[in-house]
Design a protein around this ligand. Sequence first.
Ligand SMILES: *Cc1c(COP(=O)(O)O)cnc(C)c1O
Length: 412
Amino acid sequence: MARAAKRIPGGVNSPVRAYRGVGGTPPFIVRGEGSRIYDADGNSYIDYVGSWGPLLLGHRFPPVLAAIEEVLAIGTSFGAPTEREIELAELIGEAVPSMEMVRLVSSGTEATMSAIRLARGFTGRDITVKFEGCYHGHVDSLLVKAGSGMATLAIADTAGVPKAFADTTMALPYNSVEALEEAFQAHGDKIAAVILEPVVGNMGCVPPSPAFLNALRAITTKYGALLIFDEVMTGFRLAFGGAQELFGMTPDLSTFGKVIGGGLPIGAYGGRADIMAKIAPSGPVYQAGTLSGNPLAVASGLAMLRHLQAHPEVYSQLEARAAMLCANPPKGVTINRVGSMFTFFFTEQPVTSWDTAKLADTKAFGRFFHWMLEHGVYLAPSQFEAGFVSAAHSEQDITDTLTAAAQFFAQQ
Ligand SMILES: *Cc1c(COP(=O)(O)O)cnc(C)c1O
């Protein structure tokens, strides 16, 4: 870590990896296999981070590796159209009917940034509504009350974001129908889009209330604003059709990443064909990428999604394993869970928003985190992150995890 910190800011290429939220220094990882990762000191861990979401089927899933190897034999990038890009766009459209057209990019951040630009270009309006505690990547205008790494580091406003950009964003409390109604009553004709995590992962796992979901669709439609589901985390994880399938919702635009790359860098945004027609070269909203639709990432993602399409039982297995993990909240802990996303919040209050999430005892979480790490369980190093169960987690993995957790709470 000391060597890393000399050449890499904080020693890491993404902030939460540095363990600032829990103290100590992170293990350096040398290998992963199924539900486990291995560090440079020879320790093995049951992994509930799964590369922060992408590895729904575990590390080194054989069909994904085979697909990557096939592409290695023909070339890694062409910057020209390839057939697999059509196949991935078609498959995403089959899984998620609101995705009539899809544009591939290289990260979730790129997807949300582009979706917002498109929403502005389409509506001719400037303001975006987001929710406190939701993270949509490190897009300038969206780094307002952005949960996740910023919450972990207690950074309120990012240096380097001009006030004029931040002023185009209104941040409202998650799950508040009242705040949403008020915002639209005051500024409805200036709001281009409402973007949200349909189940939040980035302040820890926080589900939406049915009333909140209904209000989102009704109010955006009434005022002519676009509803954007940021499914970078939830897409293909909570259901094959994402959170929108789970809740029976039809957003105007959606963003994807993580699972759709099978562990390689990818993102996607898409939705209504009349809106997507505004993207260059068919329309005036510019967006481009040298490595967009990269053959390796596309092949990896296709293998992942095809496996999920052919094996819907993966989702019932994920549900069963995650339910087993979260069945008995220890005293002083509130567990939020939707499908295979979960968070152990160190608070007795229900957690429904950023204001309630931040009441959690982060010091107690830090002690729990280090205990679990010492006992072979690798959790996200922050109270304000979701954990992920993968299809590679066995019942034995869950039992071993629960045993380690029970020992922690017994010695409290
Ligand atoms: C991870 C995440 C992003 C950002 O994706 P990157 O690939 O890290 O840029 C955006 N939105 C949500 C909901 C995420 O969980």
